[in-house]
Design a protein around this ligand. Structure first.
Ligand SMILES: [Zn+2]
Length: 305
């Protein structure tokens, strides 16, 4: 650890002007990463379809679900190809799910939004990877009601690595919880305080969800949720810090309740036992928190002054 810290300090000294002050206007950067988002969204479609089925995400190439014809590169342009082909396979004419262009468009919009939020900084790469992972989890949970370990497990060391590197590359102010924590631990190096923040966030996120599930099981004698949500929130908590993690859970519970009420009305069901995949709403909450969380918290706190 000492050596990593020394290396990081070296890195920081050797690259003083570390923020990428390229002369690229922000709207152009947003448009560029929006296009990158469309391509990543296309890859996420493969992940969303194949990971729950335990298939390889690199091989074979995408094919039509009905006639198995491999999709040509010129028919694989995000969103555009779907519109040109009017949602049908070029070979057999079978209808292709509108989820494919929806995921591509959503990823494009969110990548542009995160670029707007971060600017062209090193943190952008980490935040884009986080959002891509959340999108994969949201759509897999919606279809299969699982949050695969192959995404949540690597997500936890990824979050810790981000907490270790980004304060040196971009500055401590990038993390919502870090300026406050640095005040609480003035004698510790930034990397250590950042990791402490990650552990607190992970315990707040994963710990509180685990506790809720545990209590629910004790009270009702039924399993409330899988441990997938707990693992997901360990990752989210470490990445976002405790303040944005609490906001993520509140936003998740709020949007989840609204969706639950809507579903109950539509089905005319009074069955409160009905399962809603909570990972969807935690995922939405985490992305909203990343983009707007600090502002939402500041605004909320200002109402009590
Ligand atoms: Zn086909």
């Amino acid at each position: 650890m000492q050596r990593i810290a020394a290396a990081l300090q070296c890195l920081q000294m050797s690259m003083p002007a570390i923020d990428l002050t390229l002369d690229v206007p922000l709207p152009i950067a947003c448009a560029f990463f929006g296009i990158v988002g469309g391509i990543i969204g296309s890859f996420l479609n493969v992940v969303i379809h194949r990971v729950p089925r335990e298939q390889s995400i690199v091989f074979p190439n995408s094919a039509c679900p009905k006639c198995q014809t491999a999709i040509k590169p010129y028919d694989n342009i995000p969103v555009v190809s779907y519109l040109i082909l009017r949602g049908r396979c070029r070979n057999c004419g079978v209808h292709i799910s509108s989820r494919y262009p929806a995921v591509e468009a959503l990823t494009a919009i969110l990548f542009a939004a995160v670029t707007w939020h971060d600017g062209l900084s090193f943190a952008l790469a980490f935040d884009l990877a986080f959002v891509a992972a959340m999108l994969a989890l949201i759509f897999i949970d919606a279809e299969h009601m699982i949050l695969p370990n192959v995404i949540t497990y690597p997500g936890i060391p990824f979050a810790l690595l981000t907490r270790l590197l980004v304060p040196y590359l971009v500055g401590p102010a990038h993390f919502d919880d870090l300026p406050q924590l640095l005040g609480a631990f003035p004698s510790l190096p930034v990397w250590a305080v950042s990791l402490i923040g990650a552990v607190i966030g992970a315990l707040v996120g994963g710990g509180s969800l685990w506790l809720m599930g545990f209590l629910w099981e004790k009270l009702r004698g039924v399993e409330a949720m899988g441990l997938g949500d707990v693992k997901m929130m360990f990752m989210v908590g470490a990445f976002l810090g405790w303040r944005l993690t609490i906001l993520t859970i509140l936003l998740g519970a709020f949007t989840g309740s609204i969706a639950g009420i809507l579903v109950m009305f539509r089905r005319g069901s009074r069955n409160m036992q009905m399962m809603l995949p909570f990972g969807i709403f935690l995922g939405i909450g985490s992305i909203v928190s990343l983009l707007f969380g600090s502002r939402i918290i500041t605004w909320y706190a200002s109402m009590f002054r």
